[in-house]
Design a protein around this ligand. Sequence first.
Ligand code: HMG
Ligand code: MG
Length: 302
Amino acid sequence: SLPARVTVYEVGPRDGLQNEQALVPTAVKAELCRRLLDAGLPVVEATSFVHPRWVPQLADAADLLTMLTDQIGDRARELPVLVPNERGLDRALELGCRHVAIFGSATETFAQRNLNRSLDEQFAMFEPTVRRARDAGLDVRAYVSMCFGDPWEGEVPIDQVVDVGRRLFDLGASQLSLGDTIGVGTAGHVTALLGAFTAAGLGVDHLAMHFHDTYGQALANTYAALRAGVTTYDASAGGLGGCPYAHSATGNLATEDLVWMLHGLGIETGVDLDAVVATSTWLAGELGRPSPSAVVRALGGT
Ligand code: HMG
Ligand code: MG
């Protein structure tokens, strides 16, 4: 049977915007976060404390959080932010963030390209980051990228993904988000991967799925993960997104497409679909191009 309730983990302000070429004004990002919270999204990942040269779009991370704190008070502290290392954590702690996420790679090539570290070296970077975050009482999520295929290495062995996942849990992550960074995964692969995690004693209770929709498989993959019992799904309003360091990565699973399917299945999310569509339609105007989401196109009226 399928879960009765699912947590939609909104990554639009971070994953959705990080690949945008034209700089989006901080005030627009703040409005995006507020509108998504108002639409009932229980988690809204706001930004990343990464090196500004690596992701120029998110160089205003501190300004955004300061602006949001002025606008929504302590709720701003609950929005998760990405931190790759201790320097990122320090910046997040200064602003009072309560939820941080590290982001690891299941493959050697992507660890090099995204983190400037080898596969093994990434754990040495994460270890003090997670320990200090936990000591400060923060919750730490861990992403794993390239869980299905990697543009340079091809199909990624399931054992390799489980091994990286286990090492991230061992460091103290409370939840693992399994990323199909380039969207090549299919439903059978999802079932096999989740079966391997369960067999390794890393059950679905602490797993989230993070699908990109490059090959149009994200909803089918979500359905496979629902059947396996996963109850947290990452999605990006309007289907924006992609990783600047992953060749061939395109948009995330659109929040609207996900919510449409979940509600159709009778699964509760607490999300007001019309409010998310209105937000994506507004954002498309700000970005100057239509949303790639089929549901936004169908319901958006523009
Ligand atoms: P590095 O060059 O190896 O860094 O980059 P370093 O440790 O050698 O430090 C070099 C300089 O950078 C130092 O400054 C540091 O202080 C500074 P200097 O002493 O030379 O003046 N520095 C920083 N400044 C600000 N914030 C920081 C920071 N860290 C160091 N946090 C690093 C290593 C990890 C920093 C770099 O590779 C980086 O920023 N990578 C981020 C890449 C990224 O953000 N990718 C997108 C997110 S991942 C994703 O999208 C996938 C996901 O969605 C899931 C999926 O779809 O699979 C999550
Ligand atoms: Mg992503």
